[in-house]
Design a protein around this ligand. Structure first.
Ligand SMILES: [Zn+2]
Ligand SMILES: [Zn+2]
Length: 430
């Protein structure tokens, strides 16, 4: 496990300065070179120089396998104690000076990384109640949620069938141009009648506008699920579902098609609501959709979303639509173009350059994420990949653009698949 988890893979900064961190860096390099015992040696020195170097403790706990929950809980205690000393005795008090401002206090960042690891590890082990606890703590300390916790908290609640709390949390975030107070964590104590599933009147119209304008597809999906569980097929649940399908169709198609569940997060730089975001959502959330067949029937039969989940055969003269999502075989190269039959695949040459070719983002990320075996012909010829590459170069040379956002790997980002893929394609422009 690396420390650059979650949004820390984009923004991760802050840590101890001095000797301890120098040893930690040596340990990280040793690990990258496949020398774990040398890494251990450096880590011992790092901890001797500073026993509260949380990044070093985390690395040590994860050197041979994923860190255990007891190990992470112990590191959290160490971190909490250390912060009580650096920030003062009110470091964790709601009415103290620090709570709500942790994001700006750079010395708190290793501690936040520990909370993030705890949250994700709990989720991996289906310990949803504890995952909620750490997610809520992250939001309490950093209510603007620069950490991207709000994308996952409703899922943890949904796994526990806490649909009303999930919806309430989503509403806290959706119905606000600014971040909600206290990171929206005051989601308890609502009743289902506090919301109007018919979306009528002025407040209904406003909610519809907020849902349709929502750019966080994860919680639009989670909103659809929670609203359906609470109110069934209604204006509100349909509005969530159709918006979600529009923003990130990859998620819906894979859920209803019961596609394979990804086996890890997609740990390379974000594109907004592309396949990489879908992978992250599906990794944590896909199985949550399979606990209620009625939800799947509902999504499958919705007249708007069924057009999105069931693709047309990519051989233009054929154009037959799938009867159920993911039933046609996808092209093994980009996994996006689908054919109803071997016949259509052979007689079609839509794969490169035609309007039916995969979108640039999609096709490129397929190459990056799944590390397809060196099919140079595909990588070179595919216009989509070339266009995407150009687009990335434009991003990284736009003056005044903040560094480390959308596309740029963070400094020190380990074994970057994106860069590997760029190099493989003869690029490397970022
Ligand atoms: Zn066909
Ligand atoms: Zn392609």
């Amino acid at each position: 496990m690396d420390k650059w988890r979650s949004n820390e893979s984009i923004f991760g900064v802050g840590g101890k300065k001095g000797k301890s961190t120098e040893h930690l860096r040596d340990a990280e390099i040793a690990l990258q070179q496949g020398k774990p015992s040398m890494a251990q040696e450096h880590l011992r020195k790092a901890m001797k120089a500073d026993p509260t170097n949380l990044d070093a403790l985390m690395l040590q706990a994860s050197i041979s396998s994923a860190p255990t929950l007891p190990a992470l809980r112990a590191i959290e205690k160490t971190g909490r104690k250390a912060l009580l000393e650096t920030l003062g005795p009110d470091a964790f008090d709601d009415d103290g000076e620090s709570v709500g401002h942790y994001w700006g206090l750079i010395e708190t960042r290793p501690y936040i990384r520990v909370l993030t690891a705890l949250r994700e590890t709990c989720a991996m082990q289906n310990k949803w109640a504890e995952a909620v606890k750490w997610a809520v703590e992250c939001l309490r300390l950093c209510p603007n949620d620069n950490l991207g916790v709000r994308e996952y908290l409703p899922l943890y609640l949904i796994y526990q069938k806490r649909y009303l709390e999930a919806l309430s949390f989503i509403m806290n975030w959706i119905d606000d141009e600014e971040s909600p107070e206290r990171g929206g964590i005051d989601f308890q104590g609502k009743s289902a009648s506090d919301y109007d599933p018919t979306l009528s009147g002025t407040s209904g119209a406003r909610l519809r506008k907020n849902i349709e304008g929502g750019f966080d597809s994860f919680n639009i999906y989670n909103g659809a699920r929670a609203a359906f569980e609470l109110y069934g097929d209604c204006e509100m649940s349909r509005c969530f579902l159709r918006t979600a399908a529009k923003i990130n169709p990859y998620i819906l198609r894979r859920i209803v098609g019961r596609a394979d569940i990804p086996d890890d997060f997609c740990r390379h730089p974000r594109t907004v609501d592309g396949i990489d975001a879908a992978i992250d959502y599906l990794y944590v959330g896909q199985r949550s959709w399979y606990t209620n067949e009625k939800v799947l029937d509902w999504m499958n039969n919705d007249r708007v979303t069924s057009k999105i989940t069931r693709l047309l055969c990519s051989n233009p003269p054929c154009g037959k639509r799938e009867a159920t999502a993911c039933s046609y075989q996808a092209c093994s190269k980009c996994k996006e173009v689908v054919y109803c039959s071997r016949n259509c695949q052979v007689s079609s040459n839509v794969h490169f350059g035609s309007p039916q070719a995969p979108t640039p983002r999609r096709c490129f990320l397929q190459v990056a994420h799944w590390k397809l075996p060196g099919d140079e012909g595909h990588k070179k010829k595919c216009k989509a990949v070339v266009d995407y590459q150009k687009q990335m170069e434009t991003y990284s040379t736009t003056p005044g653009r903040a560094p480390n956002q959308m596309g740029d790997p963070p400094s020190g980002f380990p074994t970057n698949l994106l860069l590997d893929a760029m190099k493989a394609m003869g690029g490397g422009g970022i």
